[in-house]
Design a protein around this ligand. Structure first.
Ligand SMILES: [Cu+2]
Length: 462
């Protein structure tokens, strides 16, 4: 997996050749509305006042970092990792949202470079609006840079963003590194240009050394909002999972839940210059949004609502770091689901662990309205949505399910957990795993949701 020979790493010459060829293809095809930006060589990047572009919708950085998982009981010497700076336990590779940093015209390079070793788990959640020639005639621009690995300076792995499950992606922009471009460390960046179609819930991940980089944390959830949004005639909130034409996928609140796993030995190996044998794979921890229960219930890290237009814009400190929330500083996304009685709650579920999931709502049911970013409709339009209490889905699959909150007069809690007990209860033997709660409040308790996964527990800045 860590075979660092030429089969994966481009030589610089091959790299530039491919970049040039790709640009020619893209220009000739007429599919790309703006010129493909070439990746600046380090010397040019350093000479420019701001080496990074400032006009992206979103800008991600790939790097490494540390997160916190339950420390007791220990798993041999693999967990907690003795190299981890307290309160952290586990080494990761990951992404950080540096959009805000990139728009700081004077300090962008300094701020961005300071995010090395500050990766977030899971990778940041983001969302796009469906393209429409009249109401949203805009292609989505997503930049990616690679800050390198602080704990593993010997690794020169590139990173990419692979748009998993998206239809009709131009290969150049699909992030599969043998057919497109990977971003190597060293002040370089690449722009993904994407015209969002086909609403629904998807995932993205780095596709370089993909078993390793996905497992180490370079994976996140992404969804496309339908252009039917804003139509209050079909459902009062004007929010929909799909262009359903009848309001059947309308919802009041939405929560993205990404299932991943941590095999402690592999993470320790990457921190200590060792090679894991992936055929020994064993998931020690099951995670939702990068956390295990009961951390899944902790609030989101503080964020700014007004700028959370395509991703949650967490508050940053003077060094551009994520808000210091103690052991969960680099696991900012909560899995707590809150709603008012009678409301419809859209659960956007993705599994990017390596095992099957069976997410079960104890004492309640949900309606599956979408699967793998496809509405539950037959070819002739027949409604094929169905109700269930258990959602089964494998690695690389997604589900859109709507929970209709019962009419309660006091706060009522439903447990949502993976009924495969290996996932709900860490193999290490401690509590934890893929478990969270849906809390239903009396009518009118919670204000309208402004950002996905927002709950009343959060600290927000207007
Ligand atoms: Cu990567």
């Amino acid at each position: 997996m860590n075979n660092k020979d030429d089969s994966n790493g481009f030589s610089r010459r091959r790299f530039l050749k491919l970049a040039g060829g790709g640009a020619a293809f893209a220009a000739a095809s007429g599919l790309v509305p703006t010129p493909l930006r070439r990746i600046l060589p380090v010397s040019e990047a350093l000479a420019a006042a701001s080496p990074f572009p400032t006009d992206a919708d979103l800008f991600w950085a790939g790097t490494d970092g540390w997160i916190s998982l339950p420390t007791s009981p220990a798993i041999g010497f693999y967990h907690p990792d003795s190299a981890a700076p307290p309160p952290f336990t586990t080494y990761i590779f990951g992404f950080r949202n540096i959009t805000r940093h990139s728009k700081d015209l004077t300090n962008s390079a300094t701020l961005i470079n300071k995010q090395k070793m500050k990766a977030q788990a899971s990778a940041p959640l983001f969302w796009l609006d469906e393209y429409d020639p009249v109401t949203n005639p805009k292609d989505f621009k997503m930049d990616l840079t690679n800050l390198g690995m602080q704990q593993r300076p010997d690794l020169f792995d590139s990173h990419t963003i692979h748009w998993h499950g998206f239809r009709n992606v131009i290969p150049l922009f699909d992030g599969e590194p043998t057919g497109s471009i990977g971003v190597p460390p060293g002040g370089k960046w690449f722009r993904y240009i994407f015209r969002p179609r086909d609403p629904g819930t998807y995932m993205y991940h780095c596709h370089v050394e993909d078993v390793e980089h996905v497992h180490m944390g370079m994976t996140g959830l992404v969804f496309v909002r339908p252009k039917q949004n804003g139509n209050m005639a079909l459902y009062p909130s004007g929010k929909y999972a799909y262009n359903d034409g009848n309001g059947s996928t309308g919802y009041d609140r939405e929560f993205a839940l990404l299932l991943t796993e941590v095999w402690a030995e592999a993470h320790w190996d990457d921190a200590h210059i060792q090679l894991p044998d992936w055929t020994d794979y064993r998931a020690d921890f099951g995670l939702i949004n990068g956390r295990t229960y009961p951390d899944t219930l902790a609030p989101n890290s503080p964020y700014k609502i007004s700028t959370s237009t395509h991703a949650v814009d967490y508050n940053i400190d003077a060094n551009g770091d994520l808000p210091n929330t103690g052991n969960l500083q680099y696991q900012p996304l909560s899995s707590l689901v809150e709603c008012n009685a009678g409301e419809r709650v859209l659960l956007r579920l993705v599994n990017l662990g390596f095992r099957e999931a069976a997410m079960t709502l104890e004492g309640g049911r949900v309606r599956v309205v979408g699967k793998d970013a496809t509405p539950m409709r037959g070819r002739d339009g027949t409604d094929t949505s169905y109700e269930t209490s258990t959602l089964q889905f494998g690695a690389g699959e997604s589900i859109d399910a709507i929970f209709t909150a019962p009419n309660v007069t006091s706060v009522t809690t439903f447990v949502l957990y993976n009924r495969n007990f290996e996932h709900a209860n860490n193999l290490a033997g401690g509590f934890g795993g893929q478990r969270t709660e849906i809390r239903v409040y009396p009518p009118g308790t919670n204000a309208a949701q402004q950002v996905p996964n927002q709950t009343s527990q959060d600290t927000t800045v207007a």
